[in-house]
Structures are given as structure tokens and as C-alpha cells.
Design a binder for this molecule. Structure first.
Ligand code: UDP
Length: 481
């Protein structure tokens, strides 16, 4: 039998599950037999993909295990801080059922999320190459590796003093406050232990799959491969891979909090590039004070806007909706649309009326911005978002920073209305903004080309599949990058 069989093991969160499923769909469309290994909370998106014609197998692993004491069907976004240790332990307990499946089906490759470091050893037991699915950029991985190795934040006199990340292309500058605390932890704890395991498993795995494309970050793709000497393949942007992204849109797993037709009608009634779209992804939330500043910033900018505020802490904390300045919605009703909850982000970004994307720099959002050719105002909040910001502002020069220097939302409530207004206007008005817009349009085009037959992402996936076939035959062709 010549057909390759690949297992996919996504992490238990939609932000990880959806791109992993898209990867499985991409592999399936290239003639690979694919099987998704999921927990009960994530069966539905796979079933939808199967119904829409993708030949993807599915195995469901029981989760959480009874002994964990966690509620049935729980997913990572429902995990509170006090449940975290139990949740991490429960994820480790998935190793045994996974090994049973690997032993029974003997796939040619296991693609497992980066958050399952034990998957490398599980696969090795059956001589199966394990690939890591990493939902981030080459730049972010290179930067975090250099931060770990060189610890440049130790050489400055204060946490707010800028330093250059050594030996990386483009002389990227950061402050100590933008580096996650767990990197800087001198004493070992559960999180630092997990990070060490993740790093080790990355080094020992067969390689890393990136939802990125070469032309977006060639210097960092080269650095990752040639300097850090890691095997990797860039196969994205996934949202452009499967039937022009239609399925990607349909399978986000969440209902929009606004009627999509109504939203489109609103956008269609606006001039091209005239609307500011603000959304901070699926996790980040802000305090009432910061939301007031955003509202005021929008008001003084006089721009039209769509602002996504996720229902949750802000409303609950206050009991009523005092998270908006008094009369704001009334005053801006002709200019603005507030979406309370989940927004149809891709539809909004792709609409020609959308002129700037104010984003927290989550990797999925950033790729969606790039693929839509929309310049960005960057407002990173945590994790690798501060690294991704630099790609937009310093490397691609398709956006400007709002100026947040503080990691984590509790400390990051300091962006004032003037800074928000200024960043938005730098893009919406004037020469600098239109240069950024035309560069953004060029990257949109490059993204489209990357996934076409003979494009850089298409051919990198072909090379990977070739290599896996050779591996099965016992021929060692591991590429030397
Ligand atoms: N998203 C969406 N509507 C929302 C908020 C988020 O469709 O109201 C989608 C967004 O398009 C992206 C994903 O959720 O695909 C968020 O992923 P990202 O990596 O940007 O950030 P995270 O949520 O992981 O912080």
C-alpha cells in the first residue's frame, strides 16, 4: 500500500483544534489517509469536515479520565486556575490510550500539538516519526529560543529599558516587561517543568509544522533551520488551503453573536478602507477602565468602527453594562457597531470596507489580517504576541504599535485614548498609512501564491510527504536544512 496514513492529535482548545483539523484536511486533499484523535468535546468539527466531503477518520479518546475529578466534556477554555493542575495531569493520562491506538494502527506519522511533549516518546516506541504542530510564527520560535539562551533582559538596569535580542535578524527590540514571567523564573515550578519538556521534545521530534509561509518571514525560517538547526516545514496559511477557506470559516465551532448578513450589510454600506475593526481574540479581556479608554479613543478618532467585546468578566464584574462611557453607543450609533461576543472575523477582515485591524497579535488573527491585506494596529497582551507584533511593525512594516509594553492583561491596562487614536490615524490617514496598506496588499498576494501548486508552502508539503514515504521504506532522507 502506497498511501501514507497520518494521525493528528490536537490540543483541547478551539484555537489549536481548528488549525490542526485544517492541516488534516490539507493532508487529506493531497491523498494522505488522515485520522483525527480527539476528545469528546471536539467531535463536532471533525464530523462537519467529514460531511463536507473530507475523508478524515476519527477516534475519540475518553476525557477527562474519571479519576481526574473534572467535569465530563470539559475543554481548556473552561479551565479555571484552580483546575489547571488536574487538567495538566489529565492531558498526560492521554498518553496511554494514544499508544494503544498507535500500536493498533501503526500510522506513518503522528502530528501532535506542541503542548503534548510526551507524544515524541509515545511515537518513538513504535518507530513512528512525530511532527509538532506549532500554532505560531518562525519569528516567535526563534525569538523565544534566543530569549532563553541569551537572557538579554538581565543586562539592562530596569524592566522598561529596551534591549536588542542578540544574534537574530532585524535587531528586534524588547523590554523585560514583555517577556513572560515563566521564562525568567529562576526556581522550577509546574509551568517551567512543562516548558522544559516541550523544548526537549521539540528538539527530539522529527520536525515542526508551521502555519506560515516562506515569503512572510524568510529570514526567520532560514534562521530556525540553518542556525537553530531544526527540521521544519511551512504549509500555510491554512485558511487559504482548503477550498479557498470556506470550510475554515464555517468550522470555527462558534456561532456569531451578530447576524452575519446584517454585519455584511453594515460593512457594504461603508466606503472602502473606512472601518476600524477591533478584536482581541478568544482569550484576552480588559478591565472596565481600559474599555472606557478604547471607547474614548474611538470617539476622538472619528472613525467608523466594529468593536468586538467578548461577554464575560467585564459585564459580570459590574453586574450591568457600565463598561462603556455613558451615552457612547448612542453618540456613535451611526459610526459604530459593537459586537458583544463572537464576531465573524474573517468575513469582516475580507470586506473591502475594513481599513485597519486593531489586534492582540494572536497568530491566527495575524495570518487572517495578512491574508486579507489589511494593515494593523498591534496591541499584544501575552504569550508570543509581543514577538508577533515585531513581525508586523518592524519586519513587514504593515502596521504600527499602540505601545503596550506590559505582558499580561492585569498589568496592561495602561493604554490611553490618545495613543489609540494616534495609532489608528497613522494608518487611516496620510502617506505612511497608504504605504503600509500597499505593502499589506503585496503580502496578501504572496500568501495566495504560496499555497498554489508550485508555491512555497505547496512544495514544502510535497517534500515532507516524500520524506515520510522514504522513512516508511527505511530510507533516511531527513533533510539537512
Ligand atoms: N475569532 C473569531 N471571532 C472572535 C474572536 C476570535 O472568529 O470574536 C477567531 C479569529 O478569527 C482567530 C481565532 O479566533 O482565528 C483567535 O485566534 P488567535 O490565535 O488570533 O488568538 P487567541 O484567541 O488564541 O488569543
Amino acid at each position: 500500500m502506497n498511501q501514507l496514513h497520518v494521525f493528528f492529535l490536537p490540543y483541547l482548545a478551539y484555537g489549536h483544534m481548528i488549525p490542526t483539523l485544517e492541516t488534516a484536511k490539507l493532508f487529506a486533499s493531497r491523498g494522505v489517509q488522515t485520522t483525527m484523535i480527539v476528545t469528546p468535546g471536539f467531535v463536532e468539527p471533525v464530523e462537519k469536515a467529514r460531511k463536507s466531503g473530507f475523508n478524515i477518520g476519527i477516534h475519540v479518546m475518553k476525557f477527562p479520565p474519571e479519576e481526574s475529578g473534572l467535569p465530563h466534556g470539559i475543554t481548556s477554555d473552561q479551565i479555571s486556575d484552580d483546575m489547571l493542575p488536574k487538567f495538566l495531569k489529565s492531558m498526560d493520562l492521554l498518553q496511554e490510550p494514544l499508544e494503544k491506538l498507535l500500536e493498533e494502527f501503526r500510522p506513518d506519522c503522528l502530528v501532535a500539538d506542541v503542548l503534548f511533549p510526551w507524544a515524541t516518546d509515545a511515537a518513538a516506541k513504535f518507530d513512528i516519526p512525530r511532527l509538532i504542530f506549532h500554532g505560531t510564527s518562525f519569528l516567535a520560535l526563534c525569538a523565544s529560543e534566543h530569549m532563553r539562551i541569551y537572557k538579554p533582559y538581565k543586562n539592562v538596569s530596569s524592566d522598561l529599558e529596551e534591549f536588542v535580542l542578540p544574534n537574530l535578524p532585524h535587531q528586534l527590540k524588547f523590554t523585560g516587561t514583555q517577556v513572560p514571567n515563566f521564562y525568567r523564573e529562576e526556581i522550577e515550578n509546574e509551568l517551567t517543568k512543562l516548558l522544559t519538556k516541550i523544548k526537549e521534545s521539540e528538539i527530539r521530534s522529527y520536525g515542526v509544522l508551521f502555519n506560515s509561509f516562506y515569503e512572510l518571514e524568510p529570514d526567520y525560517a532560514d534562521h530556525y533551520r540553518k542556525v537553530l538547526r531544526r527540521n521544519s516545514w511551512h504549509i500555510g496559511p491554512l485558511l487559504l488551503c482548503n477550498k479557498g477557506g470556506e470550510d475554515y470559516k464555517a468550522q470555527r465551532g462558534k456561532e456569531s453573536a451578530i447576524d452575519e448578513h446584517e454585519c455584511l450589510e453594515w460593512l457594504n454600506s461603508k466606503e472602502p478602507n473606512s472601518v476600524v475593526y477591533i478584536c482581541f481574540g478568544s482569550i484576552a479581556t480588559f478591565t472596565t477602565k481600559q474599555l472606557h479608554e478604547i471607547a474614548k479613543g474611538l470617539e476622538i478618532s472619528s472613525q467608523k468602527f466594529i468593536w468586538v467585546v467578548r461577554k464575560g468578566k467585564n459585564q459580570k464584574e459590574d453586574g450591568k453594562e457600565n463598561w462603556l462611557p455613558e451615552g457612547f453607543e448612542e453618540r456613535t450609533k451611526d459610526k459604530g457597531l459593537i459586537i458583544r461576543g463572537w464576531a465573524p472575523q474573517l468575513l469582516i477582515l475580507e470586506n473591502k470596507a475594513t481599513g485597519v485591524f486593531v489586534t492582540h497579535c494572536g497568530w491566527n488573527s495575524m495570518l487572517e489580517g495578512v491574508c486579507s491585506g489589511v494593515p494593523m494596529v498591534t496591541w499584544p497582551v501575552f504569550a508570543e504576541q509581543f514577538y508577533n507584533e515585531k513581525l508586523v511593525t518592524d519586519v513587514l512594516r504593515i502596521g504600527v504599535s499602540v505601545g503596550n509594553k506590559q505582558y499580561k492583561r492585569k498589568e496592561s491596562e495602561g493604554i490611553e485614548r490618545e495613543a489609540i487614536d494616534m495609532a489608528i490615524r497613522r494608518i487611516m490617514e496620510g502617506e505612511e498609512g497608504s504605504e503600509m496598506r500597499s505593502r499589506a496588499q503585496e503580502y496578501k498576494e504572496k500568501a495566495r501564491k504560496a499555497v498554489e501548486e508550485d508555491g512555497s508552502s505547496y512544495t514544502d508539503l510535497s517534500a515532507l510527504l516524500e520524506e515520510l514515504r522514504a522513512y516508511r521504506l527505511g530510507v533516511n532522507t531527513t533533510k539537512v536544512n
